[in-house]
Design a protein around this ligand. Sequence first.
Ligand SMILES: [Zn+2]
Length: 134
Amino acid sequence: MSDLVDIARMIRLYLKYLVDEPDLARWDQQIGDLVRAAHAGEDVDGRLRAVFARDPEVQAWVADTLSHPDLLPRDIADQLTTRSESPDGDRLGARLQIYTCPVSQCVKWPRLYPSEVVPRCPDHHEVLVEVFPR
Ligand SMILES: [Zn+2]
């Protein structure tokens, strides 16, 4: 799986923070379709780049995430950094967990805090399952 496809799997659950409501469903559907095509073996990087380029906020989010060595969104990466620099790092109980859809890995969702409610896959409506760490 290419880095861009990995990011496409992740951005679906962040779109609500990045694009406005009237366009949200269309964005989610287009990105979801491209992820499915990638899983079927197509090279979709060029098409994903074209979709991401339509919105400056989305494009910036993708660029930030691509630049992280573990492909983590900046908000997650920043919180992990803050935690590891804190002498009492485990105070907040933060621990990186990665979740995905149990049906076909349509989405990828990083979770830092046990208090965060695990979302459902937008396609299959199943609660995501933990894949990392295990
Ligand atoms: Zn799914």
